[in-house]
Design a protein around this ligand. Structure first.
Ligand code: GFB
Length: 310
């Protein structure tokens, strides 16, 4: 999802050549394959968006996979980029790096100030390691390796598999299915009380490009050597029940919303402090309503491919 949005964004301007590899062509968990790729291509800038990602259920059920694969991918890419002399790298993390009880909105300085949320601790630990790798390569080798921490992302090419997806695509699928098949109820996991901040993936791509293009002096005027990451979010959050009502209205569902209290809530609230991002001159453009309507249209248009997932 993020990779394809980055390519769409980069294709909008000339003057560079975009090099991509599909998962089938290059397995980023294989160190030798990654080293051979960087040795062969002449790469100036790297957007490191590749990761094993998933919603609350997938994170809870497969912590070993989330920890191992993300550590492998980012270690291989960051070190190979350094060895090949890549000029600049942008590592994409996640807002789950912050402590589960972090003060809201969460500033970059909240990193490692308290215990993590258990439902995604493994993934968060991998992402924290990625930030610290970028900082360490800068300290030891002078590498211009930067990090951005997005809030919950959504948009075209999202994962709509109900077992492994995040909440927004899951609810789009559930409400659409009920609305088009005469379903009377839609079940939302947990209490509906947790609050999340959602950002359209095209805004994330735009913010990533903006941060990548800043001069070192501009970036490091805001980023700090031991706290170098920049939060990227929309600046507002909604409760899961508010999100469900919004998606219900957009899909035209007329039935009842019920809650499955046997499913976990996860972090009570995740709202990022985006002061650093604003100081660097970037603002989000897509409202949640517009973004959901656009993603819903995309899902319906690609229903054959979406419907193949569970
Ligand atoms: O998006 P989500 O899976 O992940 O869930 P997190 C957010 C909230 O939505 C939780 C509730 O309180 C879920 O219980 N929810 C309600 C649902 N209905 C559904 C549903 O049908 N599917 C899903 N998936 N959730 C993830 C982390 O946390 O966020 C990752 O596990 C990562 O590590 C990612 O950070 C951005 O926001 O809780």
């Amino acid at each position: 999802m993020v990779g394809s949005a980055l390519v769409r964004k980069l294709e909008m301007s000339a003057g560079h050549c975009i090099i991509t590899r599909s998962r089938q062509e290059l397995d980023l968990t294989r160190q030798e394959e990654v080293e051979a790729f960087f040795a062969h291509e002449c790469i100036d800038r790297v957007y490191l968006a590749a990761a094993r990602v998933g919603g609350i259920k997938a994170n809870q059920e497969m912590p070993a996979d989330f920890l191992r694969e993300n550590l492998q991918i980012q270690t291989n890419v960051i070190h190979a980029a350094h060895t090949a002399g890549v000029g600049r790298l942008l590592f994409l993390g996640s807002s789950c790096i912050y402590p589960r009880l972090a003060e809201q909105p969460m500033a970059e300085e909240a990193l490692m100030s308290g215990p993590l949320e258990p439902t995604n601790e493994a993934y968060a630990v991998a992402k924290i390691a990625g930030i610290k790798m970028c900082e360490s390569y800068r300290r030891q080798h002078g590498s211009d390796f930067r990090s951005v921490m997005p809030s919950n992302l959504y948009g075209p090419n999202d994962n709509f598999d109900l077992d492994t997806s995040h909440v927004l695509p899951a609810l789009l699928r559930k409400f659409h299915t009920a609305a088009t098949t005469g379903g009377q109820t839609v079940t939302v996991w947990g209490s509906g009380r947790p609050r999340r901040e959602f950002l359209h993936v095209d805004d994330m791509a735009s913010a990533s490009r903006h941060i990548m293009d800043l001069s070192p002096a501009q970036y490091w005027s805001v980023a700090k050597p031991h706290c170098s990451h920049i939060n990227v979010g929309s600046g507002t959050d909604v409760s899961i029940v508010e999100l469900a009502r919004l998606i219900s209205a957009i899909t035209g569902f007329k039935g009842q919303i019920t809650f499955d209290s046997s499913m976990p809530d996860g972090t009570a609230r995740k709202l990022l402090d985006i002061s650093r991002l604003k100081a660097l001159g970037w603002q989000p453009e897509t409202s949640l309503e517009e973004g959901i309507a656009q993603t819903y249209a995309w899902m319906v248009e690609h229903w054959n491919q979406v419907g193949e997932t569970a």
